[in-house]
Design a protein around this ligand. Structure first.
Ligand code: AMP
Length: 191
């Protein structure tokens, strides 16, 4: 079993690269953002709890996210491994994930961190907003807030994995296939 965290600021390309990773390595994709959007669309109670935080570009409270991931892992016991996309986003979430995986006996093998400069992130998110239909991609103020939230609350998660010797930085600018090739090299070195 191979468990990987794909990390990076909003707009770094986590979703795009996840698609390629799951195809090549047969991992199960868990994107907490996608799960929240699905719940909002279906009008569940969880979606209702998450919506106002997401619309403002703020983080959904840890206990809500951790509970949702617990549930997902419980329903995917046969997975060959997971690619965590957009989770963990706070240090308490990273600690929770370690506990969640301890039960399965397969800790996180690496955090692959996509490094992309802010100006590029803002341009990508504004561009994605034209087609994604995501309320949090539409408004420059919300985009700026998501990037500040990333630096304030999410970036410390890097130190958590650095301390475990699991941090790998991936250059996230340029051709999608070249970035994927750097990711593949990093994953191949794990096994
Ligand atoms: P994403 O699709 O990963 O960009 O996530 C969209 C939004 O969902 C974020 O701006 C947060 O409001 C919420 N969200 C997704 N994942 C998490 C998480 N791990 N912790 C807290 N909030 C999250």
């Amino acid at each position: 079993m191979l468990n990987i965290v794909l990390f990076g600021p909003p707009g770094a390309g986590k979703g795009t690269q996840s698609e390629r990773i799951i195809e090549k390595y047969h991992l199960t994709h868990i994107s907490t953002g996608d799960l929240f959007r699905k719940n909002i669309k279906e009008g569940t109670e969880l979606g209702l709890r998450a919506k106002s935080f997401m619309d403002a570009g703020n983080l959904v409270p840890d206990e809500v996210v951790v509970g949702m991931v617990d549930d997902f892992l419980e329903h995917h016991r046969d997975a060959e491994g997971f690619i965590f996309d957009g989770y963990p986003r706070t240090t308490p979430q990273a600690e929770a994930l370690d506990r969640q995986l301890e039960n399965m006996g397969h800790p996180i093998a690496a955090m692959l961190s996509l490094a992309v400069p802010d100006e590029e992130l803002k341009a990508r998110l504004a561009n994605r907003g034209k087609t994604s239909g995501r309320p949090d991609d539409q408004d420059p103020e919300k985009i700026n807030n998501r990037i500040s939230v990333y630096y304030r609350e999410t970036q410390p998660v890097m130190d958590y994995y650095k301390a475990q010797g699991k941090y790998v930085e991936i250059h996230g600018l340029g051709d999608i296939e070249e970035i994927f090739s750097s990711i593949s090299d990093a994953i191949d070195q794990l096994s």
